[in-house]
Design a protein. Sequence first.
Length: 145
Amino acid sequence: MSEYVESFQKVPLFEGLEPAEISQLLRISEDISARKSDTVVLQDTPGDGFYIIGAGAFEVLKSGNRNEVLGRLEQLSFFGEMSLISNDVRSATVMCVEDGRLKKIPSEPFQKLLEEGDLVAYKVILNMARILAQRLAASDNRLVS
């Protein structure tokens, strides 16, 4: 197993996937280089894939009355996962704050895997559902307290 593929086992969306299954997903991925101040995804534009950070640092920004930094993402963090299951527009902007590298898994080939009944794609969706349930529970807890 390559060290490269092994590192992706730490990505929560890939939890429980075997190295060969991760390699299968990486075959449909694209490599992207980002420079400081590059906008990777823009709020209110169509989602076209999800991204895994291989190196660098990125900020998640929400525009509105004031631009708000929602968080900072670094190595093996991910964003844009909702575009794998929804045609909604991006809910935030992601901007590079330290030069980096990304892996993008485009929505279209991933959707094709789902349509073909690919088990690996379904495992990713199951992990996504688990992560979203955890986020919702944490959000509910913040509202209650």
